[in-house]
Design a protein around this ligand. Sequence first.
Ligand SMILES: Cc1cc2nc3c(=O)[nH]c(=O)nc-3n(C[C@H](O)[C@H](O)[C@H](O)COP(=O)(O)OP(=O)(O)OC[C@H]3O[C@@H](n4cnc5c(N)ncnc54)[C@H](O)[C@@H]3O)c2cc1C
Length: 450
Amino acid sequence: MTPDWVLLDRHTTGPLLHPGDAAFHDSSAAFNERWAHRSPAAVLRAADRADVLRAIDWARDHGVPIVPRGGGHSYAGHSVNSGLVVDLRALDVITVDPGSGQVTVGGGVLTGALYAALRPHGLALPLGNGAGVGIAGLALGGGSAATSRRLGLTADTLRATTLATAAGTVLTCDDQQNEDLYWACRGGGGGNFGINLDLTFQAVEAPAAATCLLLWDVAHAPAVLAAVQHLMRTAPDETSLRLGVATSGGRTLVSTVGLHLGPAADLRDLLAPALAAGQPLRAEIADRDFWDAMDYLKHETSGGAFAVRTHFAADPLPAEAVDAALARIAEAPRSGNADGCGLALFGWGGAINRVDPQATAFVHRDAQYLVSLDTSWLPGEDPAPHLDWLAGLDHLIAAHTTGGAYLNFTDPDLRDWRTAYYGANYPRLVATKRRHDPDGLFAFPQSIGS
Ligand SMILES: Cc1cc2nc3c(=O)[nH]c(=O)nc-3n(C[C@H](O)[C@H](O)[C@H](O)COP(=O)(O)OP(=O)(O)OC[C@H]3O[C@@H](n4cnc5c(N)ncnc54)[C@H](O)[C@@H]3O)c2cc1C
């Protein structure tokens, strides 16, 4: 059947945009410019829930692929297809109940807006570091934050969600109703089961905070990496560190960026072995109001095209793997993209690991580190040398990790993604998908059941 776009336009309130329309690019372009060549036939900027439901019915009846789009930050560009993109950003209502601490957000709310809404109430949720990231995309894939070792994943704080399904029905999903979907929406990944119209989270009182930013020359890398990995292993749940080695424009730096939900003096004591491992070029350790700490930790990559591989690790990387990775980083191909490339270890564990791996769809509950390997280039540059380099770095690191990968740092080049993202939870996710979307209306590369 030829898609009747006029019919869709007539029955929806929000604008239906086509290539060439002024807002089309803003509503459809992937954040990762690796996917800049992808473009849908049309974008519906949904004005409300009714628009979302009409778009689902129309796409199903006309055989047009449909994907929801929140912040557009999927590393793999999974929120842009060749058919209909539903831009959800107008579903942006945030309701805070200060008494219970329950917070309900529309399916298109972005992280920065939610932080701003929580601040006047002194409430905190474990949200990530990118202000433009969509809350639905973040929570559905797990959602790790600097506060997660204390507060859990974003998904762990999800108490209910309203889902528009492939059949065009609206289901409330919580621990009493549609429990299979409630389970799947906590780690099963965005775009798989329907379009989440709203999500309700349990927030807690915002704690006191301190932050650190330590930078070293790469000459200190072996000693600093050993010291920081070791102290990350024994740090309290209140402390979350991100240890990185990054190279850009011929300069390689080692960094430790982190949050401590307590006094800076305690953080300074904890970091003493790292500071003793090498003279830092910069060392900022300071008490901060919780919200200033969140701002301090906020980051957006500068743009361009990038690729990321992830692993979970239970133990520090051994010295020989660190040495091999440092040698590989030293020979990274040059690019005009200032983001460069490198590796990072995010502190995992704490409250994340106190949830049973089968209790939610998010299975990675036994790691101590999330290892993230990345490379970047500019559109127009040949990606091949960067991707080859990343594969080589991955080969050096993979042997020292558990085999899992982090769904939210989506890796389109991952072959065994079903096991890597979902482990033993995959069959249950497939069964849930078949029950609620038997014809696979919500499909994309790496969608459940594909
Ligand atoms: C700069 C940057 C910073 C980041 N920081 C963090 C971080 O600190 N912690 C972390 O865990 N991750 C982080 N991420 C990864 C991020 O969580 C994921 O990429 C997330 O899926 C992005 O969600 P989105 O809505 O912005 O992206 P989109 O590309 O719009 O959506 C991602 C997926 O979710 C689907 N989706 C979106 N909205 C809905 C909805 N309402 N209902 C159903 N499906 C939906 C889309 O179809 C797509 O499959 C970061 C990414 C970037 C680029």
